[in-house]
Design a protein around this ligand. Structure first.
Ligand code: NAD
Ligand code: MG
Length: 392
């Protein structure tokens, strides 16, 4: 049996992962589950999957979880905080780590899994945005294996030949076409965008996701983060990546070869497909997702992204081109701005403004180590908060 740790098991990706796992009794053993504060959610999962460990990032919640588990007669060991997350990402009996914590908070445990040479199923794109060079170095050095869960990157991975790690040119790839749904406001005017609410932003037309990534999809920062993620995963640069808005979200991404061939991966928009792909790779297993009915899909549309209404995409590309600490600053400012928007403290159209101002106020530094980049992350959060408080 494959030993599995699910970091962020109570979230959208975590729940979909456990749904796939439950379809294959005898194939996966759930060693550890983790959550931030969702005590009831984690308790339910512990009752069902009987993991050896449960971790809550929040210490108070961890104590309460332990009490409730014991009252149920369950012996699951309860750990707390980042140290607990790192511990369950590196246990000997764990073969695969699903990294599905949202935001830079997922970086330390994902890095720990890389250092322990685990197979990492990476949903937590922010980890690569914040510390791509360090992360890829640790993966390489410790013989870890990185499998992308993000639907676009999983699609690209499926369309690339073995050996792409040596460079895309070496395997005849001309460029990567990253598809984007365009989010809930694809056709909204500038005036409409200025007035949108968190509820509207979180109502994505094709995907059901956590609130942070839903807002990222609405601003198109999600695609910006994904361009950066693709640069690290596929050893390439933004010039070799084109973003294509495709509102149906049926083509999950494409790879164009030098001979003119374009390979694509298609499917219904359901994260259980990339999750099942990565869990079983190089085998294939049932994911619970219905087969694609092309007659029902009917048509596939494509358009160019609009940089005027969605400046976040440009900011992300500029950040990866600046290099060094710039993507970490971009990510931290985005996390702060999105949280403020969800909290009704910032308008939707002010999100890119806060990010741009934060980027302008912090000089780009070379990346020298994990503690340094986490220091950059903290400083960028402070600057972004200041930027927000001086606006209102
Ligand atoms: P979510 O908000 O639904 O779940 C996040 C999980 O992380 C929860 O289990 C939560 O308890 C945990 N968590 C949050 N903050 C934490 C902290 N500080 N410390 C420890 N744990 C913490 O998010 P999601 O939609 O499942 O997304 C997770 C990751 O996957 C994100 O990086 C997102 O960009 C990526 N992703 C999600 C989807 C999707 O369809 N949901 C698709 C592609 C990529
Ligand atoms: Mg995606």
């Amino acid at each position: 049996m494959t030993g599995l740790t699910v970091l962020g098991s109570t979230g959208s990706i975590g729940i979909s992962t456990l749904d796939v796992v439950a379809r294959h009794p005898g194939r996966y053993r759930v060693v550890a589950l983790t959550a931030n504060r969702d005590l009831e959610g984690l308790l339910r999962q512990c009752r069902r999957f009987r993991p050896d460990y449960a971790v809550m990032a929040d210490t108070g919640s961890a104590r309460e979880l332990e009490r409730r588990l014991r009252a149920d007669g369950l012996e699951t060991r309860v750990l707390a905080g980042v140290a607990g997350l790192e511990q369950v990402a590196t246990l000997e009996e764990v073969d695969q780590v699903m990294a599905a914590i949202v935001g830079a908070a997922g970086l330390r445990p994902a890095m720990a899994a890389a250092r322990a040479g685990k197979r990492i199923l990476l949903a937590n794109k922010e980890a690569l945005v914040v510390a791509g060079a360090l992360f890829m170095e640790e993966v390489e050095r410790h013989g870890a294996r990185l499998l992308p869960i993000d639907s676009e990157h999983n699609a690209v991975f499926q369309c690339l030949p073995d050996g792409f790690g040596a460079g895309l040119e070496r395997v005849g790839v001309h460029r990567i076409l990253l598809t984007a749904s365009g989010g809930p406001f694809r056709t909204a005017s500038r005036e409409q965008l200025a007035a949108v609410t968190p509820e509207q932003a979180c109502a994505h037309p094709n995907w059901e996701m956590g609130r942070k990534i839903s807002v990222d999809s609405a601003t198109m920062m999600n695609k910006g983060l994904e361009v950066i993620e693709a640069c690290w995963l596929f050893h390439t640069t933004p010039e070799r990546i084109e973003v294509v808005v495709h509102p149906q979200s049926v083509i999950h991404s494409l790879v164009q070869y030098v001979d003119g061939s374009v390979l694509a991966q298609l499917g219904n928009p359901d994260m259980r497909t990339p999750i099942a792909h990565a869990l079983a790779w190089p085998e294939r297993i049932d994911s619970g997702v219905a087969g694609l009915d092309l007659f029902q899909v009917g048509r596939l549309d494509f358009e160019a992204p609009d940089p005027e209404r969605f400046p976040c995409l440009r900011l992300a590309v500029q950040a990866i081109e600046s290099g060094g600490s710039a993507p970490a600053v971009l990510n931290a400012a985005n996390e702060v701005a999105v949280a403020a928007f969800l909290d009704h403290r910032l308008s939707f159209t002010a999100i890119p403004q806060v990010i741009e101002e934060t980027l302008n106020r912090l000089p780009v530094e070379p990346v020298t180590g994990l503690e340094q980049i986490l220091g950059v992350d903290r400083r960028a959060r402070t600057v972004a908060e200041q930027t927000i408080s001086t606006r209102v």
